[in-house]
Design a protein around this ligand. Structure first.
Ligand SMILES: Nc1ncnc2c1ncn2[C@@H]1O[C@H](COP(=O)(O)OP(=O)(O)O)[C@@H](O)[C@H]1O
Ligand SMILES: [Mg+2]
Length: 316
């Protein structure tokens, strides 16, 4: 029998928070199940806690956990609220703190910070339910091919690509079903690349991963249905562009003051310009998700990755 190897932190009592009430509940449960089995493989005692259930705060408060691995995506999980709760409870947790989580979740606020730090991000307009939308002005300033997204959702929920002006009003209405604030961006054509970053102070950029969706963009199905997208590591871009993507991902991680891990989604144009689409503070963490896949290419297997993230939470 092989004795499970515990990391530098030894054998720990860990809570894995997965489930929750956001649109990404199913994804979160899947991530959680795989993280639990990886951490158990590494010799830790792991308890699953679902933040959708009554009493979950009491479970966290009284569980005697050394750390919490947050596998919640979207609202009330990735947005700083759960992180604030864990701060109040005095529990160390994997990933970014309250401010970085909240900033990254808000696609508009994070774009403001990326721009202030000199990072490129697609040109954009912000629409709110309480003001009339001037469609002609949007098309005049951003062009005819556009991407419309709710500001606070993930997993491409409520998002559309607009190919010609006539499609814009319906796309905006669809996004408003999910959020009071909607982001309209110029469509940027190019290679879609995502780069994971691991670390607290010393940061390691994982290899570039090119995402090739079967559909027109990396939508919900492409993300979660096997075979609907493929990963190519490293991305089929120049050596220079790869280095640039890794530098941009590290700069984006620092700009939002992230901790532990992040994954930055980017588009690289044919001329090698890198545009940041967004930064995810709790990226998908199934064995076949983007960040774990890139980590594997860098020689870090999934259980070791999960263990490393717990160590970063404890800062050992
Ligand atoms: N401005 C853009 N230009 C081209 N494609 C985009 C743009 N914004 C988003 N996309 C496509 O939509 C996908 C999802 O957008 P993203 O901003 O990463 O939001 P999320 O992953 O949170 O839904 C991207 O992976 C990409 O395929
Ligand atoms: Mg994304």
């Amino acid at each position: 029998m092989v004795t499970p190897a515990a990391g530098r932190a030894g054998s720990l009592s860990l809570a894995v928070l997965a489930g929750g009430t956001s649109a990404e509940r199913e994804v979160s449960l899947n991530t959680g199940a795989q993280v639990i089995s990886a951490l158990e493989d590494r010799g830790h005692a792991v308890t699953h806690i679902d933040s959708a259930e009554d009493g979950f705060i009491e479970q966290l408060r009284t569980g005697g956990f050394d750390a919490v691995f947050v596998c919640l995506h979207g609202r009330f999980g990735e947005d700083g609220t759960i992180q604030g709760l864990l701060e109040l409870l005095g529990l160390p947790y994997v990933g970014s703190g309250v401010l970085a989580s909240a900033l990254a979740m808000d696609k508009v606020m994070s774009k403001h910070i990326f721009l202030a730090e000199g990072l490129r991000t697609p040109a954009f307009a912000v629409l709110r339910t309480d003001a009339p939308v001037d469609y002609a002005a949007i098309i005049g300033s951003l062009g005819e091919k556009l991407v419309v997204k709710p500001v606070n959702e993930g997993s491409s929920v409520g998002m559309s690509i607009v190919h010609e002006p006539g499609e814009l009003p319906a796309a905006v209405a669809r996004a408003f079903e999910h959020d009071d604030t909607v982001l309209v961006e110029s469509f940027v054509a190019g290679v879609e690349v995502t780069v994971g970053v691991i670390g607290n102070r010393e940061l390691m950029a994982l290899p570039t991963l090119e995402v090739v969706p079967e559909h027109e963009f990396y939508d919900y199905e492409s993300k979660y249905v096997p075979g609907m997208s493929s990963h190519i590591i490293p991305a089929r871009i120049s050596e220079n562009a790869r280095a640039e993507c890794q530098a941009v991902a590290v700069a984006a991680h620092r700009a939002l003051d992230c901790r532990g891990m992040s994954r930055t989604d980017m588009i690289v144009t044919t001329t090698g310009e890198v545009f940041v689409l967004e930064l995810n503070t709790i990226p998908g963490m199934t064995r076949t998700s983007l960040l774990p896949d890139a980590a594997r290419a860098a020689g870090i297997e999934f259980p070791e990755l999960c263990d490393r993230l717990v160590e970063l939470a404890l800062d050992v």
